[in-house]
Write a protein that binds this ligand. Structure first.
Ligand SMILES: Cc1cc2nc3c(=O)[nH]c(=O)nc-3n(C[C@H](O)[C@H](O)[C@H](O)COP(=O)(O)OP(=O)(O)OC[C@H]3O[C@@H](n4cnc5c(N)ncnc54)[C@H](O)[C@@H]3O)c2cc1C
Length: 506
């Protein structure tokens, strides 16, 4: 690839709000030429991992991310890193030749932040998971499915998300929500230590006692901001069977269902996690419903007692309720029932991967107060209208609070400690959905935020990135943004790790 082409791709990438890291204005390693085949070969020989060029078998499969929206991006090369020193070499290489690049762990960035027309630094092979003295050491390329499977063999786990193919790195660096968060905190609250390779190629260890200010930033400050994480250490918890209730209610009764659900949620102990979802497909023949879920890790009787109170509150409304008890591991890997671990991946993550990719866009809201009836009315009307207009999409209202709120606001860069609810507005279509349709969906989800502004904090969860957010520093980081900018100046003064919504050095 010629530099002109490279730069053209780079500009197109930036315009599409994707990652496209530029280099510092001054560096003592600037070169005029692009790397030749010899340079690539030399790099490849030094790596424990490998370099894939577009002519390589399987290149097309491996360059794809979770979101099929970015399938058409033409990637120049993939550097697959299997060790920390591979990551140092990769950073050195892209800096030396001034190549645009993106970093990928699980590839689930909503807005394609781990897709690039430049060099993809893929941490996927750095995926070992070990448990010693209840502390889990997890390679930054590990996927949640592997984390759950390996720790689960020893009846331990970490609080994290529900989708097996999501990468631990992106998840924990942005916070990490999941069914265990009200009980055990966010994924980043369980983090004890991070090994990080900075833009200068240095390896830093960050913990409560080593670079504590950077450790603060790595817990909620977001992926790809301060360097490439290579290894994490987490405190783990003992697993227990999961009791799970699912109740289905007609959307016409939505205001009452959500009003009662919120009243119930106010009284819930941290042992119980709950979520309300609506999925709609725009088909005139389908009647969307509200699904209420509640689950607990252990404490089955406590959950049942509370659930029966909710059912009592909702009596008179048609419903269909299902309760099941699951082994913890089966529950966390429920997307992968009957699959072997290599199959419990996206096809781009493993040649045997069988999980489904989609083309999607999302946006989120943070609420520090429960939603009054007027807000619910507004929210559900917007959903009904969208369905009636023939569009597909989804809404998720998820409980926060519990252990999340017990961590002081100042203890980590995660900005939404006082939230009682998060909302997610989603567009999702099959692979091959035309970009114009996904773009329209992206505008709708972003509009939903604006419509709910009278009741929201204006906050947004940065792991549900929305490229159309204009006030993203405030939305993602709130008052933490200034401190993050100062740390950016300290640890990445040349702004090597840069993309459309990256922290700007102060
Ligand atoms: C299907 C699906 C389900 C999800 N479920 C949940 C959920 O239950 N809970 C939740 O909190 N979130 C959830 N998310 C959001 C998810 O947390 C974010 O998309 C997260 O960024 C994904 O991390 P990743 O490593 O898979 O993605 P990637 O796209 O690989 O990375 C995300 C960002 O982190 C950077 N990054 C990746 N690896 C590194 C590294 N080693 N060092 C530094 N930066 C790095 C990337 O450059 C990018 O900017 C979900 C997303 C999807 C698509």
């Amino acid at each position: 690839m010629q530099r002109r082409q490279f730069l053209k791709f780079s500009a197109a990438t930036a315009a599409a709000n994707l990652v496209g890291c530029q280099l510092p204005a001054t560096t003592d390693t600037q070169h005029d030429g692009l790397p030749s085949a010899v340079h690539w070969r030399e790099l490849s020989e030094q790596l424990t991992g490998s370099v894939l060029r577009p002519s390589a078998n399987d290149f097309e499969r491996q360059k794809k991310a979770a979101n099929a929206r970015y399938d058409d991006i033409t990637t120049a090369a993939i550097i697959q890193c299997a060790t920390t020193s591979d990551v140092q070499l990769a950073i050195h290489f892209v800096v030396q030749y001034q190549l645009p690049f993106a970093v990928r762990s699980g590839g689930h960035s909503y807005t394609g932040l781990s897709s690039t027309s430049g060099v993809l630094i893929d941490i996927g092979p750095l995926n070992q998971v070990h448990l010693k003295d209840d502390i889990a050491s997890i390679g930054a390329g590990a996927k949640l499915g592997d984390v759950y499977a390996i720790l689960g063999q020893q009846q331990r786990s970490i609080p994290a998300g529900s989708c097996a193919s999501v990468g631990i790195a992106g998840l924990v660096l942005g916070g990490g929500l999941g069914i265990a968060d009200r009980r055990f905190g966010l994924t980043c609250d369980a983090l004890r230590r991070v090994e990080l390779v900075t833009a200068s190629g240095d390896i830093l260890y960050c913990s409560a006692s080593e670079h504590p200010e950077l450790f603060w930033a790595l817990r909620g400050g977001g992926g790809g901001q301060f360097g490439i994480a290579t290894q994490f250490e987490f405190a783990t918890f003992a697993t227990a069977p999961v009791r799970n209730y699912i109740g289905r209610y007609p959307l016409q009764e939505g205001n009452k269902v959500l009003e009662k659900w919120q009243q119930w949620l106010k009284s819930l102990p941290g042992e119980i996690w709950t979520q309300a979802t609506v999925w709609f497909n725009g088909q005139p023949t389908s009647q969307p419903e509200i699904q209420l879920r509640a689950c607990s890790i252990g404490h089955p009787d406590l959950l049942s007692d509370y659930w029966h109170q909710l059912e009592h509150q909702l009596r008179g409304i048609w419903s269909e309720v299902d309760m099941q008890d699951h082994h913890y591991l089966d529950f966390m890997l429920s997307d992968c029932a009957g699959m072997e671990m290599p199959e419990c991946k996206l096809p781009n993550q493993h040649e045997r991967g069988q999980l489904k990719r989609v083309a999607m866009a999302g946006s989120s809201d943070i609420f520090n107060e429960y939603l009054p009836l007027s807000a619910l009315h507004h929210l559900l009307n917007a959903i009904r209208k969208r369905h009636q207009q023939g569009f597909r999409g989804g809404l998720m209202l998820t409980s926060m609070g519990g252990a999340i709120a017990k961590v002081q606001q100042s203890e980590s860069a995660f900005a939404h400690r006082q939230a009682v609810l998060s909302a997610q507005y989603l567009f999702s279509g099959p692979v091959g959905t035309p970009e114009a349709m996904v773009q329209e969906g992206a505008m709708w989800v972003n509009q939903m935020r604006k419509q709910m502004r009278p009741w929201s904090t204006n906050g947004a969860y940065l792991n549900y990135t929305d490229a159309l957010l204009k006030d993203w520093p405030q939305a993602y980081y709130g008052d933490n943004y200034v401190a993050l900018q100062q740390l950016k100046r300290q640890y990445d003064p040349g702004n090597v790790f840069r993309f459309a919504q990256s922290i700007r050095p102060a």
